[in-house]
Design a binder for this molecule. Structure first.
Ligand code: PGA
Length: 257
């Protein structure tokens, strides 16, 4: 059975306790949109406060360290995120890749560590504008994923429940530009084929593939009705309950067809 559309808010480095009212409003609205799975990834400092108040939405983190603990000043482990009430972690976001020089092999280690700690993983991939203009977008995204997808060799039945892939063209993030529906559809089909190759038909065909990059209530309906788009990873438009739940509403409508 296909999973519900998954709408995930990535708050990035936005949010102090004053934002908890917004999280509460998102949670209340999510209780009225049960056909859609809604989650938010606030900064680390808000994971536990949101977890304590949320009844419907899951809360997660935007990164984790690949080790369980140790001398890593400023880092947070997957186990700590789980301890704070986090249920998932976003890994390999292009801002982490760019600002912290994260490479695919490191992202894979993080994904394995997150799964070991019992977290679900949202694994991000996406090409730069130059890579797309050069005609190398598909090859680039496949290479990123091949090198960072976790294996699940001991428990293949967990793949669908625990893994989500997010395709986010870098040039569409926070820019107001979105990829064309055809490009989104083509890339998601390529990612689907890769997931089936890696995890087999039974599991690979069910893993949700989110689109991210300037998703807002106005364009969400069309994007979310595109084949193989199983939800959205939302940055700017997830910071207010109104715009974020406008996207969730569009996801619910796309479900009804
Ligand atoms: P955006 O960010 O919706 O603000 O473009 C998406 C993301 O970076 O996950």
């Amino acid at each position: 059975m296909p999973l519900r559309p998954y709408i995930v808010g990535n708050w990035k480095m936005h949010g102090t306790r004053a934002m908890l009212s917004e999280a509460r409003a998102i949670d209340r609205a999510a209780q009225r949109h049960m056909k859609v799975e809604v989650a938010i990834a606030p900064p680390y400092t808000l994971i536990h406060p949101v977890h304590r108040e949320a009844e419907q939405i899951a809360v997660g983190a935007q990164d984790c360290h690949h080790e369980e603990g140790g001398a890593h000043t400023g880092d947070i482990s997957a186990a700590m995120i789980a301890d704070a009430g986090g249920k998932f972690v976003i890994l390999g976001h292009s801002e982490r890749r760019q600002n912290h020089k994260e490479a695919d092999a490191q992202i894979k280690l993080k994904a394995d560590a997150a799964l070991t700690a019992g977290l679900r993983v949202i694994l991000c991939c996406g090409e730069s504008e130059k890579t797309r203009d050069d005609g190398n977008a598909v090859a680039h995204v496949k290479k990123q994923l091949k090198a960072s997808l976790p294996q699940f060799s001991d428990n293949p039945e967990d793949v669908v429940e625990k893994l989500t892939v997010a395709y986010e063209p870098i040039w569409a993030i926070g820019t107001g530009k979105t990829a064309t529906i055809d490009d989104i559809g083509d890339m998601h089909a390529e990612i689907r084929a890769l997931l089936i190759k890696v995890y087999g038909e039974e599991h690979g065909s069910e893993v949700r593939i989110l689109y991210g990059g300037s998703v807002k209530p106005e364009n969400a309906g069309e994007i979310l009705s595109t084949p193989e788009v199983g939800g959205a990873l939302v940055g700017g438009a997830s910071l207010t309950a109104d715009s974020f739940m406008g996207i969730a509403l569009a996801a619910g409508e796309s479900e009804e067809g």
